[in-house]
Design a protein around this ligand. Structure first.
Ligand code: NAP
Length: 240
């Protein structure tokens, strides 16, 4: 069997309709997994699901009842990729409660709730993979993103705590921390800021969603069975 083959596994990728999540869904599908993607935009989900041969479930992760429904409809999942994420940027001093709560709800609470719902089936099988997409900014900080950084630092801590609890059941829990990647999330950054960030990246360029997806495929595989509680940095040498 080839390296990082995922035949026979079922993977759920949140935020799998576009950007990094879409690349992850494609990569896991190419590795032989059955893939379920989720998101809020049904047209985008339909299109991506048809393109890569995946199933889709529409669910708004800012609503805990919809998170529960997603877990129920997905059923027994072997690989959970908590990828969906949002930003509501602004200087902390002017940040509203809504901007804080919205980001924490989607980036942290939903991932935790989904993990709690899907973990028992993995534990029962003595095999599972939970991969949380965090961010470089949880490790190096950034201006205007205290809410986002808090959510990503918290998911990194959650990853370590759960990894310790569940390793004996054959379930690994890891983070992939992307640097600056070409997606909708970074497409609206002002050109001046993009140039400043590029100067700070050793590779001198933003990464592609596929760079992140390759790391997820590895962490999802049998070959990565002894890696848990770790963060894999995919950032072109911006932070090391
Ligand atoms: P993106 O292009 O903005 O895509 C976000 C995805 O999340 C979409 O599929 C979107 O689906 C889904 N989503 C957003 N809000 C949702 C909600 N309330 N309920 C369900 N799904 C929701 O983002 P991306 O750049 O690919 O980022 C993916 C992950 O990587 C995020 O966790 C992000 O924080 C992290 N990250 C990105 C970068 C970067 O440079 N791009 C860097 C570090 C970390 P719908 O549109 O259908 O709602």
């Amino acid at each position: 069997m080839s390296f990082c083959n995922l035949t026979g596994k079922v993977a759920l990728v949140t935020g799998g309709s576009r950007g990094i999540g879409k690349a992850i869904a494609k990569e896991l599908r190419n590795a032989g997994a059955e893939v379920i993607i989720s998101g809020t935009n049904v047209d985008a989900l339909k299109e991506t699901a048809a393109e890569i041969g995946a199933r889709y479930i529409a669910a708004d992760l800012s609503d805990s009842a919809q998170v529960d429904r997603l877990a129920q409809e997905a059923g027994a999942v072997d690989i959970l990729v908590n990828n969906a994420g949002i930003t509501r940027d602004g200087l902390f001093i002017r940040q509203s409660d809504d901007a804080w709560n919205d980001v924490l709800r989607v980036n942290l609470d939903a991932a935790v709730r989904l993990t709690r719902a899907l973990l028992p089936a993995m534990s029962k099988k003595n095999w599972g993979r939970i991969i949380n997409i965090s961010s470089i900014v949880a490790h190096m900080g950034n201006v205007g993103q205290t809410n986002y950084i808090t959510s990503k630092a918290a998911i990194t801590g959650f990853t370590k705590g759960l990894a310790k609890e569940i390793a004996r059941k054959g379930v690994t829990v890891n983070c992939v921390a992307p640097g600056f990647i070409h997606t909708d999330m970074t497409s609206s950054l002002p050109e001046k800021m993009v140039e400043k960030f590029k100067e700070a990246i050793a590779a001198q360029t933003f990464g592609e969603p596929e760079h992140v997806a390759a790391s997820v495929r590895f962490l999802a595989s049998d070959e990565a069975a002894y890696i848990t509680g770790a963060t894999m940095h995919v950032n072109g040498g911006m932070y090391m």
